[in-house]
Design a protein around this ligand. Sequence first.
Ligand code: ATP
Ligand code: ZN
Length: 292
Amino acid sequence: MKKLNNENLKLGVQKKGRLTEETIDFLQSAGLEFESYGQRLFSTCRNFPLEIIYVRDDDIPDYVESGTIDLGIVGQNLINETKPKVKKLLNLRYGFCSLCLAVSKESTLKSAKDLSNKTIATSYPNSAKYFFEKQNLKVSIVKINGSVEITPILGVSSAIIDLVSTGSTIALNDLRIIEKLYDSEAVLLANPTSTEDAKKKKIINKLLTRFKGVLSAKNYKYVLMNAKEEILPKIKKTIPGLKSPTVSPLATPGWISIQSVIKEDVFWETIEKLKKLGASGILVLPVEKLIK
Ligand code: ATP
Ligand code: ZN
């Protein structure tokens, strides 16, 4: 049997499910090299002191809390539900979904208030309990482990509380969302003792730098453009880049090439402004990593 290298840091990821593929992609884009997945129980990184352990997502918060593993990646929803004693280090900007209250399409129920004394089925009983208690509503909550969406059809519940991302499962099952409890995304968790341990802390920080590099790269686009030299001051003002753009002369006298990065959220408006100013041949490239 292959053995874990216990000298290495251990990171738990979902073995098989909605977070698996994006988590593996994320780790690889952070430059971690490992034989990806398959039927493995764990992978050892070739270029970083890290063991990647594949487990059910529900077990990850407990393993991290107990220190069986140092780090874990799960949906924020699991943290909200079980409130483990772990440290959240980073939001990972994938695995987006929301925990929602839904009723059958034909139902006349319009909001949480209409559910007084009714039965709600969910795999998230604590989140549900907290949500109704906050509004002083008395409801009966039944915990269901899977296929919660079938319960209104079976007549077991008047409403469900379930995770929704695209809404296609909701639509497919003739359900309608009436309220949102919270939003969720994948997060990186750590055992609090591991983050205090001098040796582990150093490796965790290195990993965090890599992860943050991937995350900031996602927020930026790399742009190259040509322009007349005289409009450079205006272009500089328009691009809210990291620092001043790189400028190099072109073969045509009076013309320059400008390189910079633009933040995703102001990307289109910036491009339009640049075009108006007279920039041409604007080339946009994705940023692989951005270390600030
Ligand atoms: P496991 O077998 O590991 O226990 P699971 O069935 O509990 O898997 P998945 O359905 O694979 O879990 O979901 C894993 C996580 O993916 C969720 O906890 C949530 O954070 C996220 N997620 C993103 N979109 C959705 C969605 N539409 N429905 C459910 N979870 C979603
Ligand atoms: Zn699960």
